[in-house]
Ligand binder design. Structure first.
Ligand SMILES: *Cc1c(COP(=O)(O)O)cnc(C)c1O
Length: 402
């Protein structure tokens, strides 16, 4: 007999491993921005233009016929350019042929690294809050994300050494380390880097260093790679890419640098995920990287001016802002408007102020994490930032409380 409640060929539509991968609050907020016409200060896609020479070089590469597979490790000229800028900007040397691999954006590098390094049951350590892909990448690898809090203290976020120490255990395989940091805007200090590095050495842990904002540390603050600390090069995979460096997030060009065994492990996964990607984009990015330092000076100036505008605007609107030391984001304290819950604040914000932000709880993993922070992106046009600031000011002035 046919039992409709128990269809014989019922499709199990997803693996247990990805059971809770669902559309996130990011898509909800993006839809809200589109539906209400609010200024979207949520998404971290840059509105700034790419270097004109870079976009012209892509067209030239396509015309020249660079339209087929590149080697799985990436075009040799891009690997050489990556090794060169890393040496110039950080002093750390990598061999282009064995210690650099090109990926489909930094995202693929992060994901392939964890798939390559973790076994089921292993633990991946990260700070809380952290970039939303980290937990998903860990789970894809069958690993568990363990987080330790970054403490909001003295108007900034600080490393809590005792908390970090307690996060390490016998199954800790990888520390995902992101500086400049999304979503807090923190740039880790030299002292903090030394503490993190010492604990990783002590516990035999590999560092996957997410440095996509490596050129975006502001106010003369240097960007330091953890790979440059004593004993760290041999245990660190540095991940970065062209997206945040040249405002070309849609090109999907990223890379990882590290000791040959770690790069080789990553490559052995990557060859069966994308194999290769974006050959003409790789060729163009290779050219632009030879002069990335002077481009980055301009980009930092532009972005830090927008950061200043946004930070002052948030303060004036009654939403105390944390310092955006680097990257694309500033966190603001929604309690300034009487809110206790960041999701509620962000759901109300389009109607109240015509602005969209992202609740920081989307980046939190701990039950006792603060739920009163909203993330505002300033990688937008100056006009958009100014408009958002004007709207927030009007809404804040119109009587904070609720
Ligand atoms: C944007 C971002 C990424 C992803 O970079 P893609 O090159 O676009 O894949 C990774 N990590 C952090 C912290 C980011 O903000």
């Amino acid at each position: 007999m046919h039992d409709p409640s128990r269809a014989p060929h019922q499709v199990r539509d997803r693996a247990v491993r990805i059971q809770h991968f669902r559309p996130s609050v990011f898509s909800e907020m993006r839809d809200l921005a589109v539906r209400t016409g609010a200024v979207d200060m949520g998404q971290g896609a840059p509105a700034m233009a790419a270097p004109a020479a870079l976009t012209a070089a892509v067209a030239a590469a396509v015309e020249k016929g660079l339209n087929q597979y590149s080697p799985a490790a990436g075009l040799p000229e891009l690997r050489a350019a990556v090794a060169s800028y890393r040496r110039r900007t950080t002093g750390v040397r990598y061999r282009p042929d064995t210690e650099v691999v090109v990926t489909a954006g930094a995202t693929e590098a992060l994901s392939a690294a964890l798939l390559a390094l973790c076994d089921p049951g292993d633990e991946v350590l990260a700070f809380d809050p952290c970039y939303d892909a980290y937990s998903a990448c860990a789970e894809l690898a069958g690993a568990r994300l363990v987080t330790v809090p970054l403490a909001a203290r003295d108007g900034g976020f600080v490393l809590d050494e005792a908390a970090l120490r307690s996060g390490f255990g016998p199954r800790t395989r990888v520390l995902l380390f992101n500086s400049p940091h999304n979503p807090t805007g923190k740039v880790f200090t030299d002292e903090e880097l030394a503490v993190v590095a010492a604990l990783c050495r002590e516990h035999g842990v590999i560092v996957v260093a997410d440095e996509v904002y490596e050129h975006l540390a502001y106010d003369g603050r240097p960007h330091r790679t953890i790979a440059a600390l004593p004993g760290m090069r041999e245990r660190t995979l540095v991940v970065s890419g062209a997206g945040k460096t040249f405002n070309v997030t849609g090109w999907r060009i990223g890379w990882a640098c590290g000791p040959a065994p770690l790069v080789d492990a990553l490559l052995s996964v990557k060859q069966f995920v994308t194999f290769a990607a974006g050959t003409p984009f790789q060729a163009a990015v290779a050219g632009a990287l030879w002069d990335v330092e002077s481009w980055a000076v301009e980009l930092r100036e532009e972005l830090s001016a927008r950061r200043d505008l946004l930070t002052a605007g948030l303060q004036a609107a009654g939403l105390p802002a944390f310092p955006g030391e680097g990257g694309y984001f500033v966190l603001a304290d929604v309690r300034g408007w009487g809110y206790r819950d960041d999701v509620e604040f962000c759901r109300d914000l389009p109607a109240r102020a015509g602005v969209v932000a992202i609740p920081c709880s989307a980046f939190h993993h701990r039950a006792n994490a603060p739920r009163w922070l909203a993330r505002f992106a300033f990688c937008k046009s100056t006009e958009a930032v100014a408009e958002a600031v004007a709207r927030l000011g009007a809404a804040g002035g119109a009587g904070a409380g609720r």
